[in-house]
Structures are given as C-alpha cells and as structure tokens.
Design a protein around this ligand. Sequence first.
Ligand code: N2P
Length: 357
Amino acid sequence: MRKLVNAFLAIFVISFLLILLVNYLNKSEGYSGGNTITVYNWGDYIDPELLDRFEEETGMKVIYETFDSNEAMMTKIQQGGTFYDVAVPSEYAIEKMKEEGQLLKVDHSKIPNLKNIDERFLDLPFDPGNEYSVPYFWGTVGIVYNPKLLDGMEFHSWNDLWNEELKNEILLVDGAREVIGFGLNSLHYSLNETDNDKLQEAKEKLVALQPNIKAIVGDEIKMLMVNEEASVGVVWSGDAADMMWENENLDYVVPEEGSNLWFDNMVIPKTAKNVEGAHKFINFMLDAEVAAQNTDYVGYSTPNREAMKLLPEETISDERFYPSPELTERLEVYENLGKKMLAYYNDLYLEFKMHRK
Ligand code: N2P
C-alpha cells in the first residue's frame, strides 16, 4: 500500500513539475520573442483597436496588462520577474523609478513623432530633456457629481464633500496620493506636504469623511456614476469626461482650493526584452491620428499638439479638461517625496481605509 501511495505521489510531483516547465517555456518564448512586446498600462487607458492596428502594421504581437495605481505598478516591476517593454507611470513615479535605476533611456532618434508633442509637456522637472519618458496623457483630480440626484447641489470646494447630506453618496478613486492629497488640499495644505502634524490632521479629516463614503473603487467608478448608483465621485479628469459622454447629467469641477495636475508618460523599464519594439510602440502612439483616436476613446487630455488639431473644437476648448492657465496655477504636480515619505503616505491611506464601517 505504502509503495502504491509513493508511486502516486511521485507521478503527481513529476506531472506538476512538467506542467510548471511547459508553462515556463511558453511564457519565456512569448516574452522574449523579438516579435512580441509587453505593455503595462493603467486600466481603461487605450483604444483596443489601436493595439490591433499596431499588430497589423508591424507584425508584432502585443501582450497587454493593466494596473490601477502607481504604487501597484512600481511594486510589481520592482519585485522582478516581469518583462514589460513599455509602462506608463505618472511623474513622481517616473522620478522614483529613474532614481532607483529601473528605467532605460529613450532613444529620441527612434521616436520621430516626438515632434508632435506640445512643448508645454516636454522637459518637465521630473524628467529634464525627456531622457527617460515620453508624454502619453495628462489631467487633473476633481469631483464628478450628478446635480439631478442631489437637488441641484453644486460643488466648488473640497470641503463640500463633508456636507452631512451626502451620507453614503461618495465614491473615491483608490489612490494614496489622490486621497491624502485632497485631504491636504481641503485644509489648504500642499498635496506634497511632509509635515507630520499636517499629514495627521489630513488623515483625521478624511476619517471624518467616512460616513459619506459609499465605496473606494477602481475603474468601475465610471459604471457606478453613469448608472446613477452614486451621486458624487473623486476621480481623474478623463474618467469624468468619459462618464459625462455616457450620462449628460454629470458635471466635473476642479475645486477652488487647488488640486493635482498629473502627467502620465511612457517609459521603458530596465527589464524590457524588446527595446526596439518598445520604441516602435511609443512612436506609434505619438502619431497624430493615432493619438487623436486614442484621446477620443479614453477621454483624457492629450499632450499631442498635432492630435489636438484633429479633435473636435468642443473637446479641446472644454476648460474642465483643458484647464486655463489661471486654473493651472492653482494646481500642483506630485513631487517624488522619497521612499520613506511615500511609504508614510501609503500607511496613512491604509489607516484611513481601516476606518470603513
Ligand atoms: C485611467 C487611469 C488614469 C490614470 N483609467 C491617471 N493617472
């Protein structure tokens, strides 16, 4: 009997190892083939038709994976075992990854379409000379709301969120910098604050917002707002634009205390297996017509000057999504606060989340 059990056990272990081996071989073939590129992007952040078009035009195959926060993306890349050829971090994350030696330099001679990018989005402090990154989309953080469900209520200030009438009404985007950031902004502090007392004060204030919070969510925030299952959301601008196309009762505001101005750029992680393909993909996304189609699809604001010329006037003149210089002055870009401080922001965010009912 014992022998039989041992034999079964041996067969089981061997089959298991074989499955692992086959899987590994399949994967490494896919990932390392010169004809494949692996792209790591935010959820809902590309027109899938463009991936097909890229494959048709270049004969390359795209493996596409998504993430929902800079923190999740950075952790995954840092842990190793990934072979992303292109990733799309925001500015402070780019600076951090650069510092940690996780990025390859971008070869501008292989990205002729860089000339299509508006100069306002080039050579920004987080990546002087765009040595490591190329603009993809940009935007703000603000409040999307449905006046129809709220007796015509309007929003101007972050502090409007604490209104007692909003019990269980608010959806929040699931991001540490975003949430701690608007907590700080509501107190007229910088969203790059590093003073412990002010950070604690912001966290306490956010804890006091909990009764009004319905859920902290990812990309499903769009569906929930469009279907009118919630009346208020703290969101990224382009997600708001997308929702507003689907439901015309919705409106979006960047609160008067100020908010975040962010830039998402394409980078090539050091672990890339197809650097040539990465450049081709980046250049493709910067083509004016491709960028216009992508902008039209995702709803975010494009940094591509030539693409803007192809977009409807009503899109690019909408100051909610292409803010005026006056509004832009009230906005702050997230700074790379350093490893320790970023970890502290994450801790505060987790503490805030633990106060869910
Ligand atoms: C798209 C996410 C936008 C990213 N769903 C904001 N940096």
